[in-house]
Write a protein that binds this ligand. Sequence first.
Ligand code: 13P
Ligand code: SF4
Length: 333
Amino acid sequence: MGVLPPRTVEALRQTMTIYDRVRHVIPEVEWATFAEDVEAIVRLKKERNAIILAHNYQTPEIFHGVADIRGDSLALAREAAKEKNADVILLAGVHFMAETAKLLNPSRTVLIPDTEAGCSLAESITADDVRLLRQRYPGVPIVTYVNTSAAVKAESDICCTSGNAVQVVESLGVPEVIMLPDEYLAQNIAKQTNVKIITWKGHCEVHERFTADDIHAFRKQHPGVVVLAHPECPPEVVAASDFAGSTAHMIDWVGREKPARVVLLTECSMSDNVAAQHTDVEFVRPCQLCPHMKKITLKNIRASLENLTHAVTVPDDIAGRARQAVERMIAVG
Ligand code: 13P
Ligand code: SF4
């Protein structure tokens, strides 16, 4: 490293123990560009009595550097429901995650650093669409993925995530459900239950790009590689992989099985975050970036805590019904 300004040198000194967590995946010269923001965010969290919830797809300097709670969509919803002490909850993730945290914490300030951090699944369906589905399939319960707007959740009976979808579908005790909006998730879940599932045509723009041919190529190029896929991938991709599960299930699998070589068919930052903790595992990286998740940066997290922007709001007439759908999901356990 060349000569650094004294302020950066001091920030590097202050954040050295945090850097130790990501040393394996972030070079020291790159950490020098993060250190001042990390130091400022640590200070701002104390001043604001704020906590940061980060999804597994956040970059390592956020995920390991400044987050207090990390996890998949289910863990973030559960932890948001449990949160009792913080005045401010900042969601390092996408908008539907912040909205879910707000539903579960109506009296607290919930921040999203960039309101443009959306999701192709959440965009694929509206509350009007759900009302039409209810008319078309009277009496069939509607199970809605958390990757949706609060307005869509409000029209649903119960929410689910990729981590609990089978349990949620089976908890209803009915022969048939509508599951929306992710067609591939619904098709993958249908293979694990006797409940008939009516699907919608939404797709995750990240996971829909993986193909079964990709998997055959990885196996050829990287002998012995273990392939883990997210259930938002097309069914033929899940069928060609060795294990499929939510981001948290994939992380647990790597920790438990300690494969010598693994490829995670999901968003790119997952491999970086897991590699930071499992330095003995080789990660093969043909990953896909989520442009929405990548809208969150250390700089806009810092600005968000400084200015309390952007506070998430949900209209009262939607919030009550949407909260019920999320709370029903959490109650399934
Ligand atoms: P999970 O972390 O719940 O598996 O969800 C993945 C995802 O794509 C979130 O946007
Ligand atoms: Fe949405 Fe897919 Fe991005 Fe997750 S990875 S936020 S499901 S577009």
